[in-house]
Design a protein around this ligand. Structure first.
Ligand code: SAM
Length: 226
């Protein structure tokens, strides 16, 4: 009972704050809190936000990277236009979406954000497995467009496959930390993985014609994939 009361009060607090400050979602505060603590977004950065609808993280990212920065949001659902932000309606598990990102970033993204969440089945291990699967696609995006020393923040629903995912990240980044911002619901199983210092050893080299042509890309792997 007390837990439910806390949960409702927490939800209400961030909901009202988002309305008052004109953010599109309560999730905006999660990214603000993560960025205040871990210094992910910097002036002029080129950022891709996976699972970006309705756009709360995009608003925060654009504010923080400024005029010179580039912010691109991807989601299955259309995102209402936001000044200075490019959006793509697409599924990150499809090659055509990856190809759009390759064209835009040409291997030069500074930051990858992912707040992607699967459709909730309500079954703990199914939701966890689907969430980890989306995270693995986000790692695939990193291996194609993230710059050396780039940063990545991604949401995952905690469960028994988490340690394996963490190992995949540790094979790519100098620093991998797990964090739960205050704006996350207190009873939620979601957590955020904060990765810094991409080594680029797992980088996937993409030939120019593979980006443009409407056919399945033939990616070649440089270095060891974990
Ligand atoms: C929690 S919401 C993101 C909220 C967002 N960060 C904000 O601040 O407004 C999760 C999003 O992930 C998106 N998503 C789930 N699977 C996806 C996929 N395969 N490709 C792209 N987006 C996906 C969903 O459509 C949903 O909009």
């Amino acid at each position: 009972m007390h837990e439910r009361w806390l949960e409702e009060r927490h939800h209400e607090h961030y909901y009202k704050l988002a309305k008052k400050l004109d953010y599109r979602s309560r999730a905006s505060f999660k990214l603000m809190q993560i960025d205040d603590r871990f210094n992910i977004l910097r002036e002029g950065d080129r950022v891709v936000d996976l699972g970006a609808a309705p756009g709360g993280w995009l608003q925060v990212a654009k504010e923080r990277v400024g005029e010179e920065g580039v912010v691109v949001g991807v989601d299955l659902r259309p995102i209402r236009p936001l000044e200075g932000v490019q959006t793509i309606v697409g599924d990150i598990t499809e090659d055509s979406t990856m190809r759009r990102l390759l064209e835009i970033f040409e291997g030069q993204a500074d930051v990858i954000l992912s707040d992607m969440a699967p459709n909730i089945a309500g079954h703990y291990s199914t939701d966890h497995a689907r969430s980890v699967n989306l995270c693995e696609y986000a790692v695939g995006v990193a291996d194609r467009i993230l710059k050396k020393e780039g940063r990545m923040v991604m949401k995952v629903f905690y469960g028994d496959m988490f340690n394996d995912l963490k190992r995949q990240l540790e094979a790519r980044f100098r620093s991998v930390k797990v964090h739960s911002p205050d704006a996350s619901r207190p009873t939620s199983s979601e957590m955020y993985v904060i990765c810094k210092g991409y080594f680029a050893r797992t980088r996937v080299k993409v030939a120019e014609d593979e980006v443009r042509e409407e056919r399945k890309p033939r990616f070649t792997v440089k270095g060891n994939l974990s």
